[in-house]
Design a protein around this ligand. Structure first.
Ligand SMILES: Nc1ncnc2c1ncn2[C@@H]1O[C@H](COP(=O)(O)OP(=O)(O)O)[C@@H](O)[C@H]1O
Ligand SMILES: [Mg+2]
Length: 222
């Protein structure tokens, strides 16, 4: 599904800061991989590149064989909306909307009609066991329920690839384990998943682990 070839990311901070150094990475259609590294090691930068939110300074990113560097911003955002679901540490839910409305939002942007939006949002929420919370607001939910809502929002567009940046970082141990069980189910359902974490206990559950250290990527022995 994904191939990174010699992907480098630099920021122009007087002298230049190289955050990612010539990364090579292949991700298959149903791979579940974890990227483990300390704060500041380049994890989010890599996830933003994989999610087409940012571009490499050098190197190539192929998605389903297409060179994403050749796409303009509107083609990239269309591809992102169709193929990729994001999950963040801090959930990023809109507090003024209900659970169901939050989950419908990506379909709004894709101009999906109301009846289909509602049905798909309910299905996505059912898949994360939240059918009993459709009309709650985010501030009426537990942390685990908020993250389940965010997962449903990521799933509602039926992405092939799920990108998760520290998805258990704001949750207690037990709730974090429950969220990781949801990721196991997504993997079993055929999704490709890239999960970023700085927590070795989270990484231990993931089949394929890479370490990122000072912007260099190393595959850990299985
Ligand atoms: N837009 C930016 N401009 C300049 N430096 C940045 C920018 N984004 C991230 N960085 C720097 O890149 C490094 C890696 O950041 P990041 O990918 O967020 O790390 P992580 O997610 O592993 O904590 C950090 O040193 C950070 O300060
Ligand atoms: Mg980060």
């Amino acid at each position: 599904m994904i191939r990174l070839e010699q992907v480098t990311k630099q920021y122009d901070m007087g002298g230049g800061l190289t955050v990612l150094h010539a990364l090579n990475l292949d991700i298959g259609d149903n791979d579940y991989l974890g990227i483990l590294g300390p704060s500041g090691s380049g994890k989010s930068t890599l996830l933003h590149i994989l999610g087409l939110l940012d571009r490499p300074s050098a190197g190539r990113y192929l998605l389903h064989g297409r060179d994403t560097g050749a796409l303009d911003d509107s083609e990239r955002s269309r591809l992102r909306g169709r193929m990729i679901g994001f999950i963040f540490q801090s959930f990023h839910l809109l507090s003024s909307l209900s659970v169901q409305e939050n989950v419908e939002l990506p379909l709004h942007y894709q101009r999906v009609g109301k009846a289909e939006r509602e049905q798909r949002a309910r299905e996505a929420l059912q898949s994360v066991s939240l059918s009993h919370r459709l009309h709650h607001r985010p501030n009426q939910l537990s942390g685990g329920e908020r993250q389940r809502t965010a997962i449903a929002r990521a799933l509602v567009t039926r992405p092939d690839l799920i990108l998760a940046d520290e998805p258990t970082g704001n949750l207690d141990q037990k709730t974090g384990q429950e969220i990781l069980e949801v990721f196991d189910e997504l993997h079993q359902a055929g999704k490709a998943i890239v999960l970023i974490t700085h927590d070795p206990a989270v990484a231990r559950r993931i089949p394929r682990i890479y370490h990122i250290v000072d912007g260099h990527l190393h595959e850990a022995p299985p």
